[in-house]
Design a protein around this ligand. Structure first.
Ligand SMILES: Cc1cc2nc3c(=O)[nH]c(=O)nc-3n(C[C@H](O)[C@H](O)[C@H](O)COP(=O)(O)OP(=O)(O)OC[C@H]3O[C@@H](n4cnc5c(N)ncnc54)[C@H](O)[C@@H]3O)c2cc1C
Length: 514
């Protein structure tokens, strides 16, 4: 059996960046279930937040992040996030990420719910692609071993500590056990839970399922961010129309051409994502349409094509010239705020097991992520994993404060007899209809029963699609059960039967396997 100091599962920004740091401290293996560049990271458009501008400060960034998190951010981790941000940006610059500049300085743009321009970007709206290409080229030219088409299927534990990981070769179907001192889950999010989503096909909640099955704590799963504006064209997978488009002056209009955001909130087009997403849904219902529009026709042609070359080109490829045409959009699932619960060193409740990136829950996002904080979170907390593992003596920091947690196991549910067969599309439809942007007890209970029945009836997974479906069903159960428990509305979680926030629920829902 092979043995490494570090095994990293995933090759998005979290996996690649952590691997590049880890190689200074020992042997490293990256395994990834597709090719190295298959990930959500490469689709990130808007950019990465950091308080490096003249009129900005970590304190302002702290306040904006806390405000977006709707009372559930972990203040200690947010403080770390905003204070360590400038150094981590400097690391990316050193690795060669070509951030856009203006008059010799890194250019900063505005995004919703940030009080000042603080978003760094690369290639206009191709930030994620530049980060992914730069880091994957670095990994390729280093001595780091990369196993592509290699699916992690089980975390191996021995005497309460991580021993390694079981894998499946997606081509040959052969399985293997590989040992390590430290296992780092960098498996990304779970956007594929929902029919309409902006995520890559890899986002199937694998890290959540792997960690839950190994008895890790899973936190805040009810908080899923729905992006208000994904392209809605028949037959075209939802493609993100970045918030930065509204940041630069884009205007939301209903199908009758009327502006509407001001009638829902004084923040108008730049209100937080959950408010804009729900307002769009209400407006779609009111007008009987399946979309609204973003209007950028009043912006200079040159600004659109240089600041949003990716979006401009993608739309043009679908016969839409956004300098002249309205952009049809609707909300889509985008980002998983919850995840594998980690402390300020990225450490889970299992010795030797760490989580980084979208699969982790550091507590910085609380109930709602501030735009462009997720790429930053990856950098800050991945670096801390290395600080921790390279000095093993450091004592374990506590996870989130106990007084703010409520712990649960997944409850038994009655089996449902008449229901659709489990498949990716039936699961995505169920989650979109019953566990989507606007939830209620009836829909959530129905979904919870169906998901539990599916979980008990799925055959043992044998290949990548069947493992992914099984992981999605379990992840979907965690989202649904948490959403059912939280009888209030807060951040990304909205219950039409409990539309207000309740002080009683200023706490985190944590699930652990029995
Ligand atoms: C369209 C879009 C735009 C976005 N824009 C922004 C933005 O502007 N700013 C921002 O901060 N954030 C943005 N985000 C969010 C951000 O991109 C992600 O949160 C971040 O890239 C996640 O990085 P990651 O490394 O954790 O996961 P990913 O980049 O998704 O990588 C996960 C990796 O894990 C691998 N993997 C998964 N399961 C397994 C398994 N079982 N075995 C082996 N390998 C596995 C995958 O193949 C993949 O390589 C955006 C997201 C999307 C979808």
């Amino acid at each position: 059996m092979n043995r490494y100091d570090y095994i990293i599962v995933g090759s998005g920004i979290a996996g690649l960046y952590t691997a590049l740091l880890a190689k200074e401290y020992g042997s490293v293996l990256i395994m990834t279930k597709g090719s190295i560049d298959d990930c959500n990271t490469k689709y990130a458009q808007g950019g990465i937040a950091a308080a490096i501008g003249k009129n900005d400060s970590p304190e302002l960034h702290f306040q904006d992040t806390i405000a977006a998190g709707a009372g559930l951010c972990n203040e200690e981790t947010v403080r770390i996030l905003v204070e360590e941000a400038p150094d981590r940006i400097a690391d990316l610059v050193k690795f060669g990420v070509p951030f856009d500049t203006l008059e010799g300085q890194i250019a900063l743009t505005m995004e919703a719910a940030h009080s000042v321009p603080r978003i760094l970007h690369a290639g206009g709206d191709a930030t994620g692609e530049h980060i992914e290409i730069t880091l994957s080229n670095r990994v390729r030219s280093s001595k780091i071993k990369v196993l592509e088409d290699c699916l992690a299927t089980e975390i191996l534990i021995e005497r309460g500590r991580v021993k390694g990981v079981k894998t499946l070769d997606c081509h040959t179907g052969s399985t293997e056990e590989i040992e390590c001192r430290f296992l780092i889950l960098a498996t990304g999010g779970g956007g594929q839970l929902f029919k309409f989503n902006t995520n890559s096909a890899i986002a199937t909640g694998d890290g959540i399922a792997l960690a839950f099955n190994a008895a890790s704590e899973i936190a805040d799963m009810e908080f899923f961010q729905f992006h208000p504006t994904a392209l809605r064209l028949p037959g075209v997978t939802p493609f993100l129309i970045s918030e930065a488009v509204r940041g630069e002056g884009g205007i939301l209009r209903n199908v009758n051409g009327e502006r509407f955001m001001q009638s829902y909130t004084p923040d108008g087009d730049l209100a937080p994502r959950d408010i804009v997403a729900r307002s769009i849904l209400y407006e779609m219902k009111k007008t009987g349409a399946d979309k609204v529009y973003i209007d950028v026709r009043h912006l200079p042609h040159h600004l659109i094509t240089t600041r949003f070359p990716h979006i401009y080109r993608f739309c043009l490829d679908h016969s839409l010239d956004i300098t002249q045409d309205l952009i049809p959009v609707a909300p889509a699932a985008h980002y998983m705020m919850g995840g594998v619960k980690v402390n300020i060193w990225g450490e889970t409740n299992i010795a030797g097991l760490f989580a980084a990136g979208e699969t982790a829950c550091t507590g910085v996002h609380g109930a709602n992520r501030l735009a462009s904080n997720s790429l930053l979170e990856v950098l800050v907390f991945s670096k801390r994993i290395l600080e921790k593992t390279s000095k093993e003596k450091r004592t374990r920091a506590p996870l989130l404060k106990q007084s703010t947690e409520v712990h649960y196991n997944l409850s038994q549910r009655k089996a449902v007899r008449a229901m659709p067969k489990p498949s990716l599309s039936t699961l995505q439809q169920l989650m979109w209809d019953k566990v989507g942007i606007i939830r209620n007890k009836e829909g959530l209970s129905e979904a919870a029963d169906i998901l539990a029945t599916w979980q008990n009836s799925l055959p043992e997974p044998t290949d990548r699609p069947s493992h992914e479906l099984s992981n999605l069903v379990l992840t979907g159960r965690l989202v649904t059960e948490a959403a059912l428990l939280r009888e209030e509305s807060r951040g990304g979680h909205f219950r039409s039967d409990f539309p207000e926030s309740s002080p009683q629920w200023q706490r985190h829902i944590i699930f652990t396997a029995k």
